[in-house]
Structure formats: structure tokens, C-alpha cells
Design a protein around this ligand. Structure first.
Ligand code: MG
Ligand code: ZN
Length: 477
């Protein structure tokens, strides 16, 4: 165990700044004198171009959510794979107010924050890569669109519906994130195909010819298109006519060949990895141990790590199809989202939240392994916003009833009790996002640009510049 953890620290030739090697069985830890990192960091700085970018995004994975998962799974002194990237910084997360874009909304949703990192432009909550305050169709160009225009292959992978806000910000533009399928267009009249618009998020994803689309949300793609040349077809029928192979389970994904693959593994969001008791108001339940392996036991859905590996394989081994033949270049842009970290924090379910964080971390490992044999790959691991869960003192019987919100005590694998509190709302009332800065970590070409405190919108510039898609960094706020 000790040797295994030490190896993780040195993946990129860099030991953690303060390495504490824990003995999980005994629950003891021993501080190790940290090595001087100066030379290793100098060597890790690579200002060259990137052939590939893989962006790993944990929805709602703030510092608190990462720490909860780390404590539970590998111990307070352990390290997750996402902790091993050589360059780490933080970035701001905030939106603009729709009615007065000069004013800030300090708590962002995934649509506005996603628009920030995907386009470099801030917008208001609920908008998907569309300009704040605009009444008509007002698309903001995304990193995926720029990459595709340059002839790179592009992929979008998530554990939520493929039409949910995070994947949507890359391959769709709508004024409201609820407009996920052709039958869901109530809030997006100018975008309706029957009004001459580009259609719902599902329709736009397929019309964009994104090479690899893997996630949930089959019910959106089963809806019938209500305007334009594909009127009367379902989005799935339209996708097949555009050259997509549609797959529905893990074995279908394993066998799928390009040029384009659409994986729809669940009607709604994909199944959760772990289960356990939700947090509750006092009197609290006894300390719990999470039940793991639920998705694998109960479903034929692929894991996020499996989807990531397959997406890389499909993007890596097929020729570009989206650019003009002369513009085709080698390389890809891939987004991988751990979506239900956020969704399970909303419903105060710490075991499910941790299980999704660990599954996301396993997907990060797939990316890091690929980057080791393909060094021209920029890997980024970040979140879109922070969330409600907090690690708080374990309540004693006498003061338990004085606590607000919902709370759960977990028995961690290193043998300690960890209390997780959700108290942005009364218990059971859907907890909120929070407005804190979040971590951004990177490895590979131009990874050093994430160091320090940057803005969420700067991530667009970092990725675009690494891929040679913008000549100069634009200013950002
Ligand atoms: Mg999301
Ligand atoms: Zn959320």
C-alpha cells in the first residue's frame, strides 16, 4: 500500500509537496520530508503545441467534494489520480445577471459556467453557449466547434443525459438548458426548427456531426423532429442517416466502429456506481459504509472509465471526417464529464456522490495513461462549480439536534468517522451550488497556464492556444 501510493506521487516525476504516507489498516500516518520540486517542475513545463486535449470535468466537484471522496476512499493522507497532475491552480466561477449583465451572479449553474469554459465568454444561468440578454438565436463559438473546423476529431462523454447542460455547451446553442429534445422547446421558441432555428440540444449535437457522443438521455433522441429536412424522423433516425452507429450498452460500445458513434446507455441519466443512505436531519443514522459496484451488478451500462477509453480509441484511430480533406489534421478534442457528483450532492446522498467522484477519478487515470504514451496530450481536470457538502465535526449525542440541514456519518476505509453536512437548504429541499473558486489541474503541453488564480473563461483560451486554434490570448474577465 505504501509503495503503491508513493508511485502515484511520482507519476510525472513530481512528489506531492507535502507527502504524507498513510497506513490505511492502522489508521496512522507518518509525515515524510517533502523533496525540493524546483527541478521537476522546470522539466514539467512544456510550452509546445498539443495534438490532443482531454478535458475532465467533475460537475459540482469543489474542493470539499474532492476531499470527501479522498478521505473516504484512500484516506486523508492518500492521493487520488486527479491529485497527481503536476500543475494545479484555482479558477473563479460566477455568472452574469440576465437582466443586467453588468452585474454578477455569484453562484453559477452548469450551463453558464460551461459556456464560460467552452466559449471564453460569460453568460447568465440557464444559457447554453448563447449570449447573455439576447432575444433571438445568438450562438457563441465553442472550443469543440473550433477544433472540428480545424479538422480535429471531437468527442463528448458524460454520465448524465447527453443533452444536459455540461455536454450541451460544446455542441449546441440555446437560450434555455431545458430545451433538450424536439418536444422540450417551450422555453426556446427562436431555436425551434419549425421557426427556422437550429433545433433542440439533441438535434444540434447530431447535426454537428460530433464524432463520438456517449452518455444517457435516450428519451430525448427518441423524440420526433418538428421542422426542417428531417421533419417526422426521430433524432435517432436522423443520426443513423448521418452515419452514426447507435449503441445501447457496454458490449455494443465495445464492438462499435466509426465513423461516428452515438452511445445512449440510459433513458435518463446513467446509473450510479454506489449506493447508501441519504443524509438526514437529527436524530442521525448510525455511521454507514457505502455499497459499491451497483452499476456493474445491476446494469449493462459502461463505466465512465470504459467510455473514456473507447472514446479515445475511436478518436485516435479514425481519420478526421468533419473538416475539408486538406484541413484534416491528426488529433482530437474530448470532454469527459462526471455529472452525478453534482446530482447526488443536490439530493444529500454522500455515498452516491463519492462513488461518482471515484468513478470520475478512474476515468482521469485512463486519460493519464494515454498521455504517458502520447505526450502531445494536454490533460485538464477541473469542475464547473462548487457544491453544498461540508466535512464537519462528528456530532456528539448531546449537540446533534442543534445542527441545521442534513448530515451523514461515514466510516471511511482508513477506519475513521467523517461527518458530511448539507445545509444550504432545509433537509430534502434540493441543496444548492455554492460560489467558491474550484481547482483546475493540468499535465502536458501548456499545462502551466492553469497555475495561480485564473478565470473560468481562461480555460477556453488555454485549450484553444494549446491546439493552435487562436493566435493570441484574448482578454477575459
Ligand atoms: Mg453537468
Ligand atoms: Zn447542480
Amino acid at each position: 500500500m505504501i509503495r503503491h501510493r508513493a508511485r502515484r506521487h511520482r507519476m510525472f516525476g513530481i512528489a506531492a509537496a507535502v507527502a504524507t504516507i498513510g497506513s490505511a489498516a492502522a489508521g496512522l500516518s507518518m509525515a515524510v520530508t517533502p523533496a525540493d520540486q524546483s527541478d521537476a517542475l522546470r522539466r514539467a513545463i512544456d510550452g509546445g503545441p498539443a495534438r490532443n486535449v482531454i478535458l475532465f470535468l467533475g460537475d459540482g466537484m469543489g474542493d470539499s467534494e474532492m476531499t470527501i471522496a479522498r478521505n473516504y476512499q484512500v484516506g486523508a493522507g492518500g492521493r487520488l489520480w486527479m491529485d497527481t497532475l503536476p500543475f494545479t491552480g484555482a479558477y473563479t466561477t460566477y455568472a452574469l445577471q440576465e437582466r443586467d449583465p453588468r452585474r454578477v451572479d455569484y453562484v453559477t449553474d452548469s450551463a453558464a459556467s460551461g459556456t464560460g469554459w467552452a466559449t471564453g465568454v460569460r453568460t447568465s444561468n440557464g444559457r447554453v453557449s448563447s449570449a447573455v440578454g439576447s432575444a433571438g438565436v445568438a450562438p457563441l463559438v465553442t472550443i469543440l466547434e473550433l477544433a472540428q473546423r480545424a479538422g480535429l476529431r471531437v468527442g463528448n462523454v458524460t454520465t448524465s443525459e447527453l443533452t444536459d447542460a455540461t455536454p450541451a455547451v460544446l455542441d449546441a446553442h440555446v437560450n434555455d438548458r431545458s430545451c433538450q429534445g424536439p418536444a422540450d422547446m417551450k422555453a426556446c421558441a427562436p431555436y425551434r426548427k419549425s421557426n427556422g432555428g437550429p433545433g433542440s440540444i439533441a438535434e444540434q449535437s447530431v447535426d454537428h456531426l460530433v464524432d463520438v457522443l456517449l452518455g444517457g438521455g435516450r428519451r430525448r433522441f427518441a423524440q420526433t423532429i418538428e421542422g426542417g429536412p428531417d421533419r417526422g424522423k426521430t433524432v435517432m433516425e436522423s443520426a443513423e442517416a448521418k452515419g452514426y452507429t447507435i449503441v445501447y450498452d457496454a458490449s455494443g460500445l465495445a464492438a462499435a466502429r466509426g465513423p461516428r458513434v452515438l452511445g445512449l446507455f440510459n433513458d435518463g441519466n446513467m446509473s450510479l456506481e454506489w449506493t447508501g443512505q441519504p443524509a438526514s436531519p437529527a436524530p442521525y443514522r448510525a455511521p454507514q459504509t457505502c455499497l459499491e459496484g451497483r452499476r456493474a451488478l445491476l446494469t449493462n451500462e459502461p463505466s465512465l472509465a470504459e467510455m473514456t477509453a473507447r472514446a479515445i480509441d475511436l478518436l485516435q484511430n479514425a481519420r478526421g471526417t468533419s473538416g475539408s480533406p486538406s484541413a484534416v489534421r491528426r488529433g482530437f478534442f474530448l470532454q469527459v464529464e462526471g455529472a452525478s457528483i453534482d446530482k447526488q450532492a443536490h439530493v444529500e446522498s454522500p455515498c452516491q456522490q463519492i462513488g461518482e467522484t471515484i468513478a470520475f477519478d478512474q476515468a482521469v487515470k485512463v486519460g493519464l495513461d494515454f498521455a504517458r504514451s502520447h505526450p502531445q496530450t494536454l490533460i485538464i481536470v477541473t469542475a464547473d462549480h462548487a457544491h453544498s457538502g461540508q466535512i464537519v465535526p462528528v456530532p456528539s449525542a448531546s449537540e446533534a439536534s442543534a445542527r441545521p440541514g442534513a448530515l451523514s456519518v461515514l466510516l471511511t476505509k482508513e477506519g475513521s468517522q467523517m461527518a458530511v453536512s448539507y445545509a444550504t437548504r432545509a433537509p430534502g429541499r434540493a441543496q444548492d451550488h455554492t460560489g467558491s473558486q474550484v481547482r483546475i489541474a493540468a499535465a502536458g503541453p501548456q499545462a502551466a497556464n492553469v497555475v495561480g488564480l485564473t478565470n473560468q473563461t481562461d480555460l477556453f483560451t488555454t485549450m484553444a492556444r494549446a491546439l493552435g486554434l487562436v493566435p493570441e490570448a484574448a482578454g477575459s474577465r
